[in-house]
Write a protein of this length. Structure first.
Length: 291
């Protein structure tokens, strides 16, 4: 068996096996005091503390938003756990999906580079979910999911301090949008998605820089964000367009200035007022790469 067996990778790909831990966290994950964030729990205190601060900071009803971890290895340690997720995705009972689940577990165990599911590829994700945007509600609670893989990735490139908090603040920004119906837009798909993503960047940075938020040094925040915003895309026609790195940095820089230049440093702008200021500024923020 080679270090990267093409059969294993092919089988996991066609059956969406790489996303099974994400589905597990989305469907069955729950907030708990025993939850750990990061492979060794190294981000647990930082992220859980920030979640409490975010709920206090923003003026939305956020009591029911859960913070849920995403661990790849935990999922593939149990065929029964994989089977329950497969039953939701493909129908049938968990028992009827057990053979397929055992195949997934065996495949992941066969390939050394996958590390029994601990490879970051299985959990390189962070996202916000609310049924308010789901055309087929399933009863899943509002949540922010933070994956081990993306936390490992930020740490590997020297961004393990600010970046995890910035990612969580960005995802909470999406919940502010859910609560205020800010996803509604007349823009075509690529521009509409760019608008909501840049707005979430702005919500997140405003919180990070604000005296009553994380009160982080602006240079430190923007330096970190500039680095991980390099994952920003330039696919202007892609319906999932998040904004270019320049546009994401422009949105964050503007948000930091709103926090830092406020006459009353202790005042938090109502979320709808902040969103309105963002909307008025949006055309300027996208100008660096408006093509």
């Amino acid at each position: 068996m080679g270090a990267e067996d093409p059969f294993v990778i092919f089988m996991l790909s066609i059956f969406d096996g790489f996303n099974l831990p994400t589905y597990d966290a989305l469907i069955f994950g729950t907030e708990s005091k025993s939850n750990k964030f990061g492979v060794n729990g190294e981000y647990t205190q930082k992220l859980t503390s920030e979640m409490k601060n975010l709920k206090r900071f923003w003026d939305i009803n956020s009591a029911d938003i859960q913070l849920v971890p995403l661990h790849g290895a935990d999922v593939f340690s149990s065929p029964e756990r994989v089977a329950r997720t497969l039953s939701v995705l493909y129908g049938g009972t968990p028992e009827s999906q057990l053979d397929l689940a055992e195949m997934f577990v065996e495949l992941v165990d066969m390939e050394p580079i996958l590390k029994g599911g601990a490879n970051p590829i299985f959990s390189f994700n962070a996202f916000a979910y609310s049924e308010k945007r789901d055309p087929e509600p399933t009863g899943v609670s509002d949540r922010i999911i933070m994956g081990d893989g993306i936390l490992q990735g930020m740490s590997a490139v020297g961004l393990g301090d600010v970046a995890p908090r910035a990612i969580e603040a960005h995802e909470f920004g999406h919940h502010v949008q859910y609560a205020n119906d800010l996803f509604v837009s007349d823009l075509p798909a690529p521009e509409a998605t760019r608008r909501t993503e840049l707005m979430a960047d702005a919500f997140g940075t405003y919180y990070l820089a604000h005296a009553r938020g994380e009160a982080l040094n602006t240079k430190r925040v923007l330096g970190s964000e500039q680095s991980f915003y390099e994952v920003g895309d330039c696919g202007f026609d892609n319906p999932g367009h998040h904004g270019t790195p320049n546009q994401r940095l422009a949105a964050s820089s503007w948000a930091a200035s709103v926090a830092n230049d406020a006459a009353k440093q202790g005042h938090i702008l109502p979320s709808l007022k902040f969103a309105g200021q963002f909307e008025a500024k949006l055309s300027d923020l996208v100008k660096p790469d408006a093509g």
